[in-house]
Structure formats: structure tokens, C-alpha cells
Design a protein around this ligand. Structure first.
Ligand code: NAP
Length: 540
């Protein structure tokens, strides 16, 4: 905190501030006000990005009016210059002028980047900080290196808050940022986070490492920095206001994980069962990076997804029988002494929905596909006494899996001649646009079809099966069951399965609706490609 005696502005104290500040953008002051009006009741801490306005100074009277109407709001005025990553194409003098006017308009805080601070005369900076709370900021858009260097320069100047923002190029950068915050937040009021998709750890956990607050976007599409989560995500999914030193950290790790539905599902489960835990999407570009994070944060448990399910097995201290049988681990537990234990809940994800419907001993089950999930299914179903058949695009892979799991290989041309109790689609065919099916209608001689693809919820295979009067089991059931088992392994509590299924179904419906709106826009083909791509990612 500043030590100066000649302070005229009421100094903003950290304990007065919520943990989440929502950045509001608009090219016209009226659109900023409109957006702020819709947010302020639930989010009294806002940042107005004046540099997005076509005429920042001219917009201030309208913003002043908003501030007068909402004395409960705390609002930061930011007018970042283009050379420092903002949109203002004016001199530092013009920037200062706008921020002084913002102070006179009733903003409680202004954000000024270090580069501009350095260009000002001491008396100019003094004039600004006498009138309004000052955040001195520094943004590194390339990496998370040498955080101390800009901070050392910043701390030469008196300010209410020091904001250091970097770019995460790997997961460990979050650890670097949080260690930096821990080292400096005892002496200074700090704000710190990493931008970029890989920066989500610091955006959520930074507040417990000493960042006074963090930033969120008003909605998807209104982000003011790469990787910025929306306010709704930070508040409702990650429960940012309740994250504290005791909060246990879990996540889904893979490459990619951007569209994973696991955070929505698992955070809902933690909230429902009042477990003080947060579950993050960790985009790990290498296993080495992931393991370094697991050790340092420390992370209590992980859902492991592609492409690390097999590679992680070598890192395990011990594992459950399904992991050893399948040779793949999708669930990690880190003990307090840092040892890693592996579990495979994919197997339960396939077996449990089937067991709930039919006796598996002696059941004739056809697996289409011979990849990782088919492998879990083959071993899991054999262990339950089922008679398992495997067919696959690549014959050798099906034959090899059949040999290992003591199942039977079936030529594709033989499928239509046989009848089964269950057919399981363990390929990605049908994902995304829902127009393809791994099997033809005449091949569906079965009582049940279990399509492990769950984006979209209604695949072509599911529709064809329904039309033939076959019972269908949607892939969502596997997703929820494997997640439920993970929850139980991590917490020792029964999983709130109904809640988990509900939130994932709703999230899928929302996504489908958004994609339908996108596809009606003129560049429909581009949107369709995007939808297929995001569905592929979601299914990992
Ligand atoms: P994987 O290891 O990559 O295996 C994919 C399998 O699908 C391989 O056997 C592959 O055949 C086959 N395949 C791929 N493209 C094909 C095509 N165009 N036509 C015919 N066969 C094709 O993937 P995985 O991890 O086993 O996952 C398989 C699918 O399961 C995923 O795509 C996802 O939809 C679903 N899944 C669902 C859940 C859930 O919770 N519901 C969880 C995980 C996965 P080749 O051997 O010839 O390459």
C-alpha cells in the first residue's frame, strides 16, 4: 500500500474488493453502460476498457452517470495504449488526460501500464494517484519469464496495486506466477495471473497465492485477454469466491482439453456434496510439464485423457487391477507424500450402465473398435463373463486385442449374419455432425446399442437403433459413470450421479443450441467445421 501522506482519493482497501473483476468493453459508452447495467447487480466490481471506445474522453459523461447511479460499484478505468497491448492509439499525455478525467468522473481505480508510468513526470503521476486509486500494470504477451524484473521497476513507484500479467506457454508457468505472488503479496497489494489457455490455474488459484482479485469476461466473445474465463465460469463452475488455502485441486489433463465437459460435471459434484475442491481443465502439452505441476501445486487428483492414458502408467507408484489389465490409467490420485496412484474408471463406465440393464454373464457383446476404450470394454466385459466379439477397421488390431482379452475376432462381413445382446460403438464414428454410423442398419441385430460417442447426444447409430426398436444407451452414461467413480475414489463419498448427468446434459444442449445459431450465420460451412472440431475435442 502507498505510504504517501498527501492522499486525496479514498484509498481502496483489498478487503473491500470482491475477488472477481469483470472487464466490460464496447465501442460506444452507451454499450458499455448497457452491459454494465446487466452485470452490476451480481458483480459490483467492474473494469471499463476505455481504450475500446471510439472516443474515450467523449464517452466519460455517460460513464460518470452510471457511476453516480451505482455507488455500490467499484470500477476500474483502463485505457491501455496499443503499444502495450490495448487499443488506444494516442500519446502517453493523452492517456493521462483521459485517466485524470476518469478520476473526476468517479472511477475509484485506474490502471496504468508501467511503460506509461515511466514516461510520466513524477508530479504527473502524483497528480493522478492523488485523485484516484492507482494500479500499475505490466503485461508480458510472450512468456512467464523474469517476473521480478518488471516488478522491481514498478515498485519504485507508489501505487495502490501492482498488477503483473504474463503468458503461460506451459502449465508450470502457473506455478511460477503463484510462487511470485506468494513471495511478494506479503509486502505489496498484488494482482497476478497468466494469460493464455494454459493460464487457467493461475486465474483460479492465483487468489489464494496472494492475488487480491482476478479478471473475468462478461460473456464468451467479450474476453479482453487470451484465455480469460467468463465471470459465470469463474463464479459458478470454479467458485472463485470460496477458493482458499484448504481448497483441494483436481483437474482433467490432456491435449487438447479446451472443450472438455469434465470441469462442468466434476465441479457440480463437488458443490453438491460440499467438498472444498476445485476441478480445472489442464492443457498439458507434455507429460513432464503436467507432472511438475502435479508436484508443485499440489494437485490431489486428475482425470487423465488423451494422449497420456498409457504414458502415465510408468509414473505410478501403484495401480488398480483394471489399470494393469488395460495398460491405461484415466484417474490419478496424488498422496500427501507426492506418490502417484492410478485407477481405470473407463472400465466401470462401460460395465455399470450395461449391468444395470442385463446380466453380463454369457451375454453376447460386439465391440466395434479396438482402441483404448474398446480395450477397457473387452477386459471389463470378459471379467463379467460376457462372450465378447471384436470387429475393427484395422483387422490386426482387432485380432491382437481379441487374443489378449480372450475375446473373438469377427470379420466385418460376418457382423450382419450374427445376433448379439449388445453392440458397443467404441470408435469416434458419428461424432460431431451425427451423420455417420459405424454400422449399417442390417448389421444391428441386437437387443441393446451402446454408443460411446456422446457429442451429439443423438448419433445416427442411436437414431437407427431406435427406429428398429432396439434399446439404446447413450455415451453420456459412460461419461457420467466413469466420472462418478473418479469422484468416489477422490472423496470417499457416493457421487451425486443425477446432478452430474443433469449438468452435462444441459451443457450439451447449450452447446448444440449455440452451434445451431452459428450454423445459421452466413459462414455456415465454417461454423459446421468448427462444431465438428469442438465435438471431437469434447469427446476426449
Ligand atoms: P482410439 O484409441 O483412438 O481408438 C479409436 C478406434 O476407432 C480404433 O479402433 C479405430 O480403428 C477406430 N476408428 C477410428 N476412426 C474410424 C473410422 N473412421 N471408421 C472406423 N473405425 C474407426 O480412441 P478411444 O480412446 O478408444 O476412443 C474411441 C471413442 O470412444 C472416442 O472417439 C469417443 O467417441 C468415445 N469415448 C467415449 C467416452 C465416454 O465417456 N462416453 C470416453 C472415451 C471415449 P483403427 O484401429 O483402424 O485405427
Amino acid at each position: 500500500m502507498r505510504a504517501s501522506s498527501s492522499t486525496y482519493a479514498a484509498r481502496i482497501r483489498r478487503f473491500r474488493l470482491p475477488r472477481l473483476c469483470i472487464a466490460v468493453i464496447g465501442t460506444e459508452a452507451s454499450s458499455i453502460v448497457e452491459r454494465a447495467e446487466s452485470l452490476v447487480r451480481d458483480n459490483p466490481f467492474l473494469e471499463f476498457r476505455l481504450d475500446y471506445l471510439s472516443q474515450p474522453a467523449a464517452g466519460l459523461p455517460k460513464l460518470k452517470n452510471f457511476l453516480e447511479m451505482h455507488p455500490e460499484a467499484t470500477v476500474i478505468a483502463t485505457c491501455r495504449r496499443a503499444v502495450n497491448g490495448g487499443k488506444l492509439r494516442s500519446s502517453v499525455a493523452a492517456q493521462l488526460n483521459i485517466l485524470l478525467k476518469a478520476a473526476d468522473s468517479g472511477f475509484q481505480l485506474v490502471d496504468l501500464e508501467l511503460q506509461s508510468v515511466k514516461a510520466l513526470k513524477p508530479e504527473q503521476l502524483q497528480e493522478l494517484s492523488d485523485r484516484v486509486g492507482l494500479i500499475i500494470s505490466h503485461h508480458n504477451f510472450r512468456n512467464t519469464k523474469k517476473l521480478e524484473d518488471p516488478f522491481e521497476e514498478m515498485s519504485q513507484y507508489q501505487a495502490d496495486f501492482y498488477k503483473v500479467v504474463s503468458t503461460a506457454t506451459n502449465l508450470y508457468d502457473n506455478v511460477v506466477m503463484m510462487k511470485f505472488l506468494e513471495a511478494n503479496s506479503g509486502k505489496h497489494e498484488m494482482i497476478g495471473l497468466c494469460m493464455g489457455e494454459q493460464g487457467i490455474i493461475s486465474r483460479v488459484l492465483g487468489v489464494r497465492a496472494g492475488s487480491v482479485f482476478t479478471f473475468g469476461a462478461a460473456t464468451r466473445g467479450e474476453e479482453t485477454a487470451p484465455g480469460q474465463a467468463t465471470a459465470l465460469e469463474l463464479r459458478d463452475i470454479y467458485r472463485i469466491e470460496t477458493v482458499d488455502a484448504a481448497t483441494q485441486v483436481y483437474g482433467v489433463a490432456g491435449d487438447p482439453v479446451e472443450h472438455s465437459l469434465s470441469p462442468v460435471m466434476m465441479n457440480a459434484a463437488f458443490r453438491r456434496e460440499t467438498v472444498n475442491a476445485v476441478y480445472l481443465a489442464l492443457h498439458a502439452k507434455s507429460l513432464k510439464d503436467l507432472l511438475a505441476c502435479v508436484r508443485d501445486i499440489p494437485i490431489r487428483g486428475l482425470s487423465i485423457t488423451m494422449p497420456y492414458k498409457q504414458d502415465i502408467v510408468e509414473e505410478l507408484e501403484n495401480s488398480d487391477p483394471p489399470t494393469r489389465l488395460v495398460g491405461a490409467c484415466n484417474t490419478l490420485v496424488r498422496s500427501v507424500d507426492g506418490k502417484l496412484y492410478g485407477f481405470n474408471t473407463d472400465m466401470a463406465g462401460i460395465v455399470v450402465p450395461l449391468e444395470q440393464r442385463l446380466p453380463l454373464a454369457g451375454a453376447r457383446i460386439l465391440l466395434v473398435g479396438a482402441g483404448g476404450v474398446a480395450r477397457a470394454a473387452a477386459f471389463g466385459l470378459k471379467a463379467k463373463g460376457a462372450e465378447v466379439f471384436i470387429t475393427n477397421r484395422t483387422t490386426e488390431k482387432a485380432q491382437s486385442l481379441a487374443r489378449q482379452a480372450k475375446a473373438k475376432y469377427l470379420k466385418r462381413s460376418e457382423v450382419a449374419k450374427q445376433s448379439f445382446d449388445v453392440i458397443i460403438n467404441a470408435t469416434p464414428v458419428g461424432m460431431g455432425n451425427g451423420k455417420q454410423s459405424p454400422l449399417e442398419e442390417k448389421e444391428l441385430n441386437t437387443k441393446y446399442v451402446f454408443d460411446l460417442v456422446y457429442v451429439p447426444a443423438e448419433t445416427r447409430l442411436i437414431r437407427m437403433a431406435r427406429a428398429k426398436g432396439i434399446h439404446v444407451i447413450p455415451g453420456l452414461e459412460m461419461f457420467v459413470q466413469q466420472g462418478a467413480r473418479q469422484f468416489e475414489i477422490w472423496t470417499g463419498k457416493p457421487a451425486p450421479i443425477a446432478e452430474m448427468g443433469y449438468v452435462v446434459t444441459k451443457a450439451l444442449e447449450r452447446r448444440a443450441a449455440e452451434e445451431a445459431i452459428e450454423s445459421r450465420k452466413p459462414s455456415a460451412s465454417k461454423a459446421a467445421r468448427k462444431a465438428t472440431k469442438s465435438a471431437k475435442k469434447a469427446s476426449r
